[in-house]
Structures are given as C-alpha cells and as structure tokens.
Design a protein around this ligand. Structure first.
Ligand SMILES: C[S@@+](CC[C@H](N)C(=O)[O-])C[C@H]1O[C@@H](n2cnc3c(N)ncnc32)[C@H](O)[C@@H]1O
Length: 245
C-alpha cells in the first residue's frame, strides 16, 4: 500500500479539499486525443456520454463540440469544478453538456444508457476500481466504449514502490496505480472486449515544476537513478468496448 494512503485515512475528503482549491489551470489529458479515441470507436453522432471527474470541463466541452447532436453529462466531486465547467461551456456557447456534483463511486448509473463513458485521470482516486469498471460496463449500451487515462506502473515489480510513491506525490491524494496488464485483466473480467491503449511516455523534465520536485524527492528516497525511472514513466488512454450482443 503506498505511503500516502497510509498517511491519509480519508482520501475522498482530501481529493475534494484539493480540487476545491484548484483553479482549473489545465486538463490532464489532451482533449483532441479524447475526441480522436471516441471517433476511432465509431461512437454515434447522437451519443449519450458520461465524463467522470471532468475537472475544469475542457474535455467534456470539446467532446460536446465534436458531437453536436450528442449529449455529454459531466460529474465531479466539487462545486468549484462544476462552476468552472459551466462557465467554460457558456463562454463557448456549448449547450449539449451538463455538469453536476456526484461521486462516481456511489452514483447510481442507469443500465444500458451511455454510448461512451470517460474517466480521464480519475481511476487513481477510486477506492474500488473493479467495482466502478463493472458498473460502467452495465451502464454502457451494447457496443459502447469505456475510455480512461491513467499513469501505469511498469511491468518490473521492483520499480513499483518508487512509482507508487512518486505518483502519489505528483497527483495529490491519489493512490490507485496498476500495470497496464492489470487494468486489462479487470476490463476483461467485467466483460469488455477489443481493448487497446494509446500509450504516452512522459519525460519528467517536461512536467510542471511541482511535479518534477515531487518526482525527484521520490527518486532520492528510493535511491533510484533518474534515467532508469524516466524510461519507465508512462501511462495511456485505454479504450475498451462492451460487446455488441
Ligand atoms: C486529475 S483530475 C482530471 C480532470 C480531467 N478529467 C482532466 O483529465 O483534465 C481528477 C478529477 O477527478 C475528480 N474525481 C476524483 N474522484 C472522483 C469521484 N469519485 N467521482 C467523481 N469525480 C472524481 C476530481 O475532483 C478531479 O476533478
């Protein structure tokens, strides 16, 4: 269990506190990449979509613009993000989107309702990701897609203690990190098929200052050299399909 979780007995309140102070300065995933992934999945033009943990709303608004006949429903833990996202949608004159406060871990999701569910850089905050994956599967219509982006642990388990610590430091109050294979296992277990990943390697030196500092502190504590860690610092956008029948 990563150290941050041990230190923090109430991670959900900590996430809410952190994102209530946040100014929404950036998206954590490139919005056009999300749109491209949805188009690759042949999501219908009038799709119903759910964006879990929409953050500043930029991804949901960009997706809504790309699917003008569709509808994007955004949920997030904080009022602050809801306000940021509504302001963004109004400023861009996008009306096929809605934003509300809800916790994806307890919100009841309608069965066979959505064509796509997004969770961009959110799974690392979810206490029971397998339960959420099963609920998302149930909420998707046949042929619907679940797209989520998250940092991956590298395959070499000896590097896991470093990455669990480093990621928990750079993404405050996050604790749920897995290998790409482990995510695929959970998705297959839930019934998903045709799973693929758009992988991205992150150069730690290209990250924001606070990110770099946290990463280097973790390197020092784990006595790991920068080059070894750098080569294993990557994540991706996983896309999985619910079978059509
Ligand atoms: C790292 S940010 C990502 C924001 C956005 N998806 C992006 O990629 O730019 C994580 C977001 O997930 C939200 N979040 C975390 N746990 C959540 C939960 N259980 N239900 C809904 N939203 C959650 C946080 O409030 C935060 O806005």
């Amino acid at each position: 269990m990563p150290s941050r979780l041990r230190q923090n007995p109430d991670p959900k309140s900590a996430v809410i506190a952190f994102y209530s102070q946040w100014h929404g300065e950036r998206t954590y995933v490139n919005p056009p990449t999300v749109v491209r992934a949805l188009k690759q999945r042949d999501i219908p033009p009038d799709a119903r979509m759910l964006d879990i943990g929409f953050g500043n709303g930029e991804i949901a608004v960009t997706v809504a613009e790309a699917f003008p006949q569709g509808w994007v429903e955004g949920i997030d833990l904080t009022e602050k993000n809801v306000k940021l996202a509504w302001d963004r949608a109004r400023g861009r004159e996008v009306s096929n989107v809605s934003f509300s406060v809800a916790d994806a871990e307890i919100l009841e999701l309608p069965a066979a309702h959505y064509d796509a569910v997004l969770a961009m850089q959110v799974m690392q905050f979810i206490a029971d990701p397998d339960a959420l994956i099963r609920r998302v599967f149930r909420a998707l219509r046949p042929g619907g897609a679940f797209l989520f982006a998250t940092p991956f642990l590298p395959p070499d388990p000896t590097l896991h203690p470093f990455f669990l610590d480093a990621y928990a430091r750079v993404v405050p109050n996050s604790f749920q990190y897995r290998t790409e294979d482990a995510w695929y296992g959970s998705l297959f277990d839930a019934g998903f098929e045709r799973i693929y990943t758009a992988k991205a390697h992150w150069d730690p030196d290209g990250q924001p200052e606070a990110w770099q500092q946290a990463y280097r502190q973790a390197l020092a504590e784990h006595n790991l050299d920068y080059e070894t860690a750098r080569r294993h610092t990557w994540g991706g956008l996983i896309s999985a399909r619910k079978p059509r029948t």
